[in-house]
Design a protein around this ligand. Sequence first.
Ligand code: NAI
Length: 465
Amino acid sequence: MAYDLVVVGSGPGGYSAAIRSAQYGLKTALIEKEPKLGGTCLHVGCVPTKALLQTAEVWDYFKNPGEQGLSCENPQLHLPNVMKRKQDIVDKHAKGITGLMRKNKIDVIAGYGKLLGGGRVEVTSPEGARVIEAKNIVIATGSEARMIPGLEPDPDFILTNVEILKLQSVPKSLLIIGAGAVGVEFASIFKRYGSEVTVLEMLPRLVPVEDEDVSKELEKAFKKAGIRIETGAKASDIQRTGTGVALNVTLANGKVEPMQAEKLLVAVGRKPNTENIGLQNVPGVQVDRGFIKVGPDQQTGEPGVYAIGDVVAGTPQLAHVATAEGMVAVAAAVGKPYTAINRNRIPGATYTEPGIGSVGLTEAQAKAAGHDVKVGKFPFLANSKASIIGHHEGFVKIVSDAKYGEILGVHIIGPHGYELIAEAVTAMEAEATVDTMINTIHAHPTLYEALGEAFNAVYGRAINF
Ligand code: NAI
């Protein structure tokens, strides 16, 4: 079989690239080794975790109904039902992707894809192996959880993002190693479900990629919620005890503390799936610590071979980055205009309580880059919609350059911070200045009014604080 474009991997990067390719009129195939389309994001990442988060949010209100003048006797959280709801959402969307493939006349080829070089891809399935030919190949094979050396995940005690999504009862205690997005999101969810949660992070702060003020605020909120946090901590001697997990933790002060928990979640990053996909057959493809190097057109060093998503070197492992890179790769493959990915315009979205949304430079990065930095900050405490919904932790922080009011970065931690960041991303993409945003009328009462106020705060002119 010969195709104009073949995509290996059906995550949000891969399936979206296949659709865009078909929209351009290319004969397109999508190779996927799993029985269902959608990849990590849909099956064991973004979508199921946010379904669990939604239940945590509703459950929060149930736990404290009196706050809103309600009463409710003996509310219960049934984890099997919560997990079923999550799975129904996932299954619905997996079916949706299959439908989209049919609608766009994309051939879905079930099996494991491997590059053979010379525009050929081998697909192996239980039915055997076949070779397909492709003028263009898009590698979108994604990533999997990195493990601490010497540890193997299992369904009962040592979990990754995959196993934790199958739990049928709320663990009494949950130890989490790693305070990146995966670690803090599960900490936030399971604390609210009723687990005793401890987070161990080797760096000095939670969510280390975020602005320092955001890390501090999250730590404050987590501690208030009763989550134990140990930063600058190192876990060792991790062992299964039969009923849970035991380990030693070297704390920041140098003391060693033995800890035990019913479950351990390892959330120490993700490694790209590039080891066994035949890269040795395409010598032009250059790899840096497993990640594939690409140009602004997402093309590797091998003409006609593109890479997108979690396998790519130099861009964060986020679903929306994969999709955006897919659009670039396909446009470049057919000679259409495209806008290369700009790292500074990629929104980050971390679904904790309070939620985090960020884009652009942190204050420290802006200073390090030599900007004359002016910061505007506005707390949700002074936002009436935040009071109405009963979540008024956090703030909006604008990082700008004093000279022309250029917006360098926006950092939000607060109610639905991951949604509110949209305005900031649009503003930066449109190259709006602080003044443009001050002149932008924000509806009242809304959470996003806090952005308008924070832009005013750059000039010390916030009204409500
Ligand atoms: P990560 O790389 O974001 O964070 C891992 C954390 O673990 C780091 O802070 C690191 O310092 C720490 N760490 C590593 N080894 C350690 C050790 N031995 N002991 C203690 N701490 C240790 O990785 P994570 O959270 O697993 O996420 C993987 C990828 O998936 C990231 O790129 C993330 O952005 C993405 N993701 C994004 C989400 C979102 O945007 N909402 C949700 C989940 C994942």
